[in-house]
Write a protein that binds this ligand. Structure first.
Ligand code: SF4
Length: 336
């Protein structure tokens, strides 16, 4: 059965106009998202994953940010870059919602968690009266696994643990039944056990509500059991995209290899050393000639610095941008 296409991003380019010049933070990113699917955007900080997701939600301050003319962000047949102010207001929250890394800075410390949920319902679910909103707030707290919601609903964020605060953030995001939930490093501020619980919760909600999820993370280890597809990003560009299976078992791009080698593995004798990629990403104020990863790549060839690598497709879901996949390239042994 064909999956329903919800989001179609084509050639997304986002720049920031600064005193030092134009920072080209996202340089022609394209991908699709289907109903009930989880797509992970993975890469080091500054690779453009958060800017991409904020552009989808039109959360960037424009200016200094600029979504370039040729970019298309198609949400169920509507171009988000051309939405009116009123439509955008509705779109943010009702169609696409975002949860952030640190719930403490996103939640309002002076409002009870119940009121924060009902505020969101007031804006997006106008048909609900006060009583219905209160009932819905309790239902949502229960849905996200908050124990005894009747007593929690009147509490303030500081009275909750980090894990519970993140659950409240998810409840607020779900208040309007969004088609897409964007989770930006949702577990980074939490300890390992709670991280797993939050990821399980997101997974369960996805199954139950058929919401699509865009998960932003720097850690490939986080996505192994959670995402359906992985898009590896570097210097504002896509390096490789594939299913979890394809990236973990058959990655083609040297940057994907570096990320995979950085995932901690359990070794019985404790002998495993974590790989750490040397060097820094290119300055995004500069024009990049050839492959953006060339300065840090152990396999770089002369052509890599001269011409952008072409796209090679390995399956319907797996593609990569690297000169090593060219038929004339030398054979190299993969380090993973
Ligand atoms: Fe390395 Fe060249 Fe492939 Fe870029 S195109 S990742 S520099 S081998």
């Amino acid at each position: 059965m064909e999956k329903e296409l919800i989001l179609d991003v084509k050639d997304l380019k986002v720049s920031f106009h600064t005193y030092a010049g134009e920072v080209k933070a996202v340089r022609g990113v394209s991908f699709q998202l289907h109903k009930g699917e989880t797509l992970a955007l993975v890469g080091e900080s500054g690779c453009g994953k958060t800017v991409t997701s904020k552009a989808i939600l039109r959360l960037l301050k424009e200016p200094p940010a600029e979504i370039k003319e040729e970019s298309i962000i198609d949400f169920m047949g509507e171009d988000v870059t051309k939405m009116s102010k009123e439509r955008l207001q509705e779109y943010k929250g009702a169609d696409v919602a975002m949860i952030f890394q640190d719930p403490m800075t996103s939640l309002n410390p002076t409002m009870t968690v119940g009121n924060q949920i009902t505020e969101s319902l007031k804006i997006h679910r106008k048909e609900m009266d006060k009583e219905a909103r209160k009932k819905e707030a309790l239902r949502l707290l229960e849905l996200v696994g908050i124990p005894s919601p009747e007593s929690r609903v009147d509490q303030y964020p500081h009275q909750l643990s980090g894990g519970l605060r993140q659950r409240v953030m998810i409840a607020i995001a779900l208040a309007c039944d969004p088609k897409i939930l964007i989770a930006d490093e949702p577990t980074t501020a939490l300890d390992v056990t709670i991280q797993a619980q939050i990821l399980d919760l997101l997974d369960e909600l996805k199954e139950r509500l058929n919401t699509a999820i865009i998960l932003i993370t720097h850690d490939l280890g986080v996505v192994a059991n959670f995402a359906d597809e992985i898009q590896v990003m570097y210097a504002g560009e896509v390096m490789e995209k594939g299913t979890v299976e394809e990236i973990f078992r058959k990655a083609h791009h040297p940057y994907s290899w570096a990320l995979l080698r950085s995932v901690p593995k359990i070794s019985t004798d404790g002998s495993e050393h974590l790989y750490s990629l040397q060097g820094t990403p290119p300055d995004l104020i500069m024009d990049i000639h050839g492959c953006p990863f060339a300065d840090r790549c152990d396999y770089a060839m002369k052509i890599c610095k001269e011409q952008s690598p072409p796209r090679t497709d390995f399956s319907e879901t797996h593609h990569c941008f690297c000169w090593l996949d060219h038929p004339d390239a030398p054979d190299v042994e993969r380090p993973i």
